[in-house]
Structure formats: structure tokens, C-alpha cells
Design a protein around this ligand. Structure first.
Ligand SMILES: [Zn+2]
Ligand SMILES: [Zn+2]
Length: 78
């Protein structure tokens, strides 16, 4: 199980969010606002904080892929 181990700012609790890996290798979670998690790797718009690429992140939570596959575009074809 791959989950974000960062801390949610303001809540002082484990993030436990889904992790994404950018084409540059940068790994982090996504949040609905900037700066919500100490391990947040992407801006609100999905921009990688390491290389600045947008839309290059792939979900790396295997247990969630099957569940979301019917709702989301397959990252392999994006
Ligand atoms: Zn996080
Ligand atoms: Zn990147």
C-alpha cells in the first residue's frame, strides 16, 4: 500500500493521500489547495513542484487503480 506519509498542515495528522509520480521521478500527493501537506508534490493545477511539468503525474497507488479505472482516464494512455 502506497500512501502519502506527509503531515497535513493545520491538522497535524497523517496525510494518507494517494501518491503520484511525475515523469521527472518526483513523488508527492495532490491536494485541493497549495501547501496543505508537507509531502505535497503538485500545485492545485497539477504542476510538479520539482520540474514544473503539468499533467505528467501518474497515480502510484495500486489498490486504488482498479477502483478508479472506470471513472478516470487510464494514465498509461494519457
Ligand atoms: Zn500528502
Ligand atoms: Zn516533475
Amino acid at each position: 500500500m502506497i500512501r502519502c506519509e506527509g503531515t497535513r498542515n493545520g491538522w497535524k495528522m497523517l496525510c494518507n493521500g494517494s501518491l503520484y509520480r511525475c515523469a521527472c521521478g518526483h513523488v508527492g500527493c495532490r491536494q485541493t489547495k497549495d501547501g496543505l501537506c508537507t509531502n505535497q508534490g503538485y500545485s492545485v493545477l497539477g504542476r510538479c513542484t520539482a520540474c514544473g511539468a503539468v499533467g505528467k503525474a501518474e497515480l502510484i497507488a495500486p489498490e486504488a487503480v482498479g477502483f478508479r479505472r472506470t471513472l478516470m482516464q487510464d494514465p498509461q494512455t494519457a
